[in-house]
Write a protein that binds this ligand. Structure first.
Ligand SMILES: [Zn+2]
Length: 487
């Protein structure tokens, strides 16, 4: 086995059903993981669920289930996304896993204690239930939390604190040097200016058990529960066996995908915890944006939450993967609109990719079995294919998956242009235009190869119609309709 590649998604919080934003993050991580597998790397792709905390116990209470019964049911809904969207994660960690997860959380806690980074302090602060965190005046607008449109409570309590301030300048220099790469750059600048502005402050790492029962008790002090972030972040190493030495096979992760709302936790608290525990930082944080629906933030009150599972049932998972990967910029906000989705389906998939594949396979199938001569591949075709492959790789590595998709669709358009320019469908006196048809098959075969991390099923359907019988003999089958028209 060659290089290893460890990639994680954020752990989804199980207080609500999976929505389109969750699927976006999974599909992005899946495409990256598949790309690295195809390169021959040994890949570990981790996803999972964050199940402790006040919001989950409140949501469970509302359904009159015990928190764990409620969490089991919700975790299953997230786990099922794997099959529905053909996600290729290798492991799924739950923070309620008492065998794998809680021992790791206790172990890292002890590490932080032995680094003298945990201390008890009376604290009075503004607690936002939506954040499940103490927030500051800066997070407020007219006394209301900007993210959650609710007023925070003033809480005074004694908690354990993590000495994050101690690592402020170390974290800053690791981010600046690119040892911890944050993409896109705008997000990196955001965290750097936060650190430079006020420095990183110590953070509350536990809450009194009387107020927060649903979680892991602080080792040696049952009156306090480990606060949800210290618990959830540890999942990235608990899943790979921390504190057993074997976890070093995978750690540090090459890429951790997160939403922009949890940047601060992953670019400040998580690095701080790792440094305190004497561990290396992940190599990169890839930060995606949010999906709006017709320009509006998805919310229960507006009633515009999109159920990705329903959408996949109706239109298929691959068209939805396509939309999320191509129409939503990987690292900025993007919009979902059902009409737009249908337009893209018709133009890019039914008429674009689907039609091109069908044209090429139909032409190829007319040749029956034929001898392929690689000398026949035209320079222009070779160049375009090489350029596409190089661009796709560059764009994936710089977390611009949507631009990688554009490059793939440009190769499809090039193929269509080639068909028309050469009038490949014409039958000449000497018979079919074998050489041109072969060039098209080569283009389609390469479209399928670069497309495979993004639309694995579609790529597979294409490739299974292109069969090599021996080293030079090709047989093309007509194949099924890839994307039936919607109307
Ligand atoms: Zn809030």
């Amino acid at each position: 086995m060659g290089k290893k590649f460890y990639i994680t998604t954020a752990l989804d919080y199980v207080n609500a059903e999976p929505h389109l934003g969750h699927v976006l993050e999974k599909v992005e991580a899946d495409a990256i993981a598949r790309f690295h597998r195809l390169k021959g790397e040994e890949v570990l792709f981790l996803s999972g669920t964050d199940e402790h905390g006040q919001k989950v116990s409140a949501a469970a209470k509302a359904t009159s289930y015990e928190p764990l019964v409620f969490a089991d049911e919700m975790a299953e809904k997230f786990r099922r996304l794997k099959e529905i969207f053909n996600l290729s994660w290798d492991d799924f960690i739950r923070t309620t896993d008492e065998k794998r997860h809680s021992p790791a959380v206790r172990a890292i806690w002890q590490k932080l204690v032995s680094s003298d980074d945990i201390y008890k302090k009376k604290y009075r602060g503004l607690y936002c239930v939506g954040h499940e965190a103490f927030i500051t005046e800066k997070d407020l607008e007219d006394g209301i939390c900007r993210d959650h449109s609710a007023a925070p409570e003033v809480i005074e309590e004694e908690n354990y604190f993590f000495r994050l301030s101690k690592y402020s300048s170390k974290i800053e220099s690791l981010i600046n040097s690119g040892e911890l790469l944050i993409l896109p750059e705008g997000r990196r600048n955001e965290i750097i200016s936060l650190i430079q502005g006020e420095g990183l402050e110590d953070v509350s790492f536990s809450r009194p058990s009387k107020d927060l029962k649903w979680g892991i008790p602080v080792p040696g002090d049952d009156s306090q529960t480990i606060y949800v972030w210290a618990d959830a972040l540890t999942s990235y190493i608990s899943a790979i066996g921390y504190p057993e030495e074997g976890f070093r096979k995978w750690w540090p992760a090459e890429a951790q995908l997160i939403g922009k709302d949890i940047l601060r936790f992953h670019a400040a608290i998580w690095p701080g915890m790792l440094l305190s525990a004497g561990l290396t930082l992940p190599k990169s944080l890839l930060v995606h944006g949010f999906i709006t629906v017709q320009g509006k933030k998805m919310s229960k009150t507006v009633g515009n939450i999109i159920d990705p599972v329903e959408l996949a049932k109706k239109y298929g998972a691959e068209p939805l993967r396509y939309y999320l990967l191509k129409e939503i910029p990987s690292s900025a906000d993007g919009d979902f609109d059902l009409e737009r989705f249908k337009d893209v389906y018709e133009s890019d998939l039914a008429n674009g990719l689907g039609n091109f594949a069908s044209r090429v396979l139909t032409l190829g199938s007319q040749l029956q079995k034929f001898e392929a001569d690689f000398e026949d591949i035209e320079d222009e075709v070779k160049k375009k294919i090489d350029f596409t492959k190089k661009t796709v790789e560059e764009k994936i590595n710089s977390f611009k998956l949507n631009e990688a998709m554009q490059a793939i669709m440009a190769l499809v358009a090039f193929g269509d242009f080639y068909v028309n320019k050469n009038e490949v469908w014409r039958v000449m006196d000497q018979g079919l235009k074998k050489k041109e048809i072969f060039n098209l098959v080569v283009i389609l075969d390469n479209v399928s190869a670069v497309l495979s991390p993004f639309l694995p099923k579609t790529a597979e359907k294409i490739t299974q119609n292109i069969q090599w019988l021996g080293r030079k003999t090709l047989q093309i089958k007509k194949g099924e309709v890839l994307f039936p028209r919607l109307s």
